[in-house]
Design a protein around this ligand. Sequence first.
Ligand code: HEC
Length: 480
Amino acid sequence: MRRTVLIGFSALAATAALAASAAELSATSGRGIFRFGGEASDVIATFAGSSALLRPGVRRCAACHGADGAGVREGGVTIPPITWRVLTAPREASAGRAGRPGYDETTLRRALADGIDSAGVPLAAGMPRFQLTPAQATALFDHLRIVGSERDLDPGVADDEIRVGTVLPLSGTHAAWGQAMRAGIEAALESAGAIYGRRLRLVAVDAGDNAAAALARLAASDQVFALVASVLAGEADTIAMTDDLPIIGPVAPTPARPAVTQFYLLAPLEDQMRVLVDELASETPHGLRLAVIGPDGSVADAVADQATRNGAIIVRRVLADDGAAALAQAIEPAPDAVLALPGVDLRRLVAELDSRPGDWLLAGPAEALAPGAASNERLRLVLPLLPGDPHSRDASTTPTMPPAAVAATAVLVEGLKRMGARATRAGLVAAIETVRDFPTGVLPPVSFARGQHGCNRASVVIRPDRSRGIVVLGDWRAPR
Ligand code: HEC
C-alpha cells in the first residue's frame, strides 16, 4: 500500500518537468484586462506621445478607475466612472467637467485607441491609449457591461455553485493515477456538501503533454474560482503574477518566491534536503563525510549549509550524475553517504546500488523514484508528507489519492467555510490566512497567516525494509 505514494510522486515529476510556451498563454479575458491589464505581452498600451509599452500593473483599468469601475476622486484628481450605465448615458456639463453625449461601441473604441471622447474632444494625457484586438475589445466591453453590478461575481461563482479546478494527467501513462485523483477530489468536495447554499463542483482538465499550458488556459478561461493543484510545482507561477486565482497545495517553488494567492502545504525542496542531511549525520557515529551529486542552485546551497551546521564535510561535489554510482568507491576513504539532489536520475543510481558493496548510504528525494525501485536498505529518501493514505481502501488494486491532494482539498473546503456567504477570491485568500493548527491527517497541523503562505518546513525520512516494506525513521521534523 505504501508504494502507491511513490506512484503519485513519479507522476508528479513527469508532469512538472514541462514548460509552457508564450503563445499558449495568450488567452486574456475582459475581466483579466480590466483587473490585471491582461497577460504581459498580450495587450498593447502606451501613454499618448510615447512609444514605451505600459506594464500590466500600470495599464489595468482598475488601477485608475477603481475595481468596481466607479471612478476615483482624490485630491485634485478626478478619474471618471466607466461602468456601462454611466458611459452610455449623456453627461451634463458641470463645474470642472465638460458635457458629452453617451458612448456607443464605436466611440468607445475610438476613446481607447485614440484618446478622443464621445464629443470629439481629446482625453487628458493620464488616460492611456490601448491597441486592442477586436476579440479583446469585445471581451472588455462585455466586462464593462457588468462591472460593479451584482452580476460582477468572481469567476466560478454562481448562486448555487462554486467551481473548483484541477489539472491532472487524465490521459497517457499516468491516466489511472490522474483519474483516481479526480475521483478522490470530487468525492471530498461532494462530501463537504453545500457551503452557504453553494455546492462545490470540480472542473478537471487533462494535463496532456503540457501541464503548464493546461493550467494557464484553465486560469484564463475564468471558469473556476480556485485551484487545488497539489501535483503542479513550478507551473503555478506562470499565471500567478497576472491573476488573483487562489491556488492551494502546490509544492513551493525553488528558490522561494513571494506568494500572493498561493498556499503551499508541503515543505520546500531546500528544507526537505536539509532534513535528509540531518538524518545522515545522525546515523554516522563520527563526522559525516558526504558526496553530493546534482546541479548547483538554491537546493545545493542549502545542502552545503546544512552540512556545515552538522559538522559534516562534503568530500566530493559532482554536478552531473554520469558515473555517479562509481563515486563512492573512487574516493578514499569512501564517504559515509552519497546524496543525490533533485534533478539527478536517482532511479539509475538505485538500480546500481545492489552491485556496489560497502556500507555507505544513498540518499535523495522520494519523488524521483519509481515504485518497486526502492528495496535496498542502504537507501534514505525524504518525503514532504507521510507515506500512507488514510483515505485509501484497497491500495493494492486501485491507485489512491495522494495525501497531498487530501490535504489541499481539506484546506480549500475549510477556507470556503470561513469565507462566508460573499464568495470572492480575495475573501477566500483572507479566510485561508486565518487557518491555524488545522489537522489534515497527512501533514503536521497546518497554519497560515497574512503574508505567510508556506505553512510547513517538516518532512519525513523513509528507508526500504525487507520485511516491513517501508519504514519511517523517526517522526516529522523540520531542519535542525
Ligand atoms: C493610468 C490611469 C488610467 C488607466 C490605466 C485607464 N484609464 Fe481611462 N481614464 C483615465 C483618466 C485620467 C481619464 C480622464 C481623462 C479626461 O477626463 O480627459 C480616463 C478616461 C476614460 C474614459 C472616458 C470617460 C468619459 O466619460 O469620457 C474611458 C471610456 C476610459 N477612461 C476607459 C478606460 C478603460 C476601459 C481602461 C482599461 C482598459 C482605462 N480607461 C484605463 C485614466 C486611466
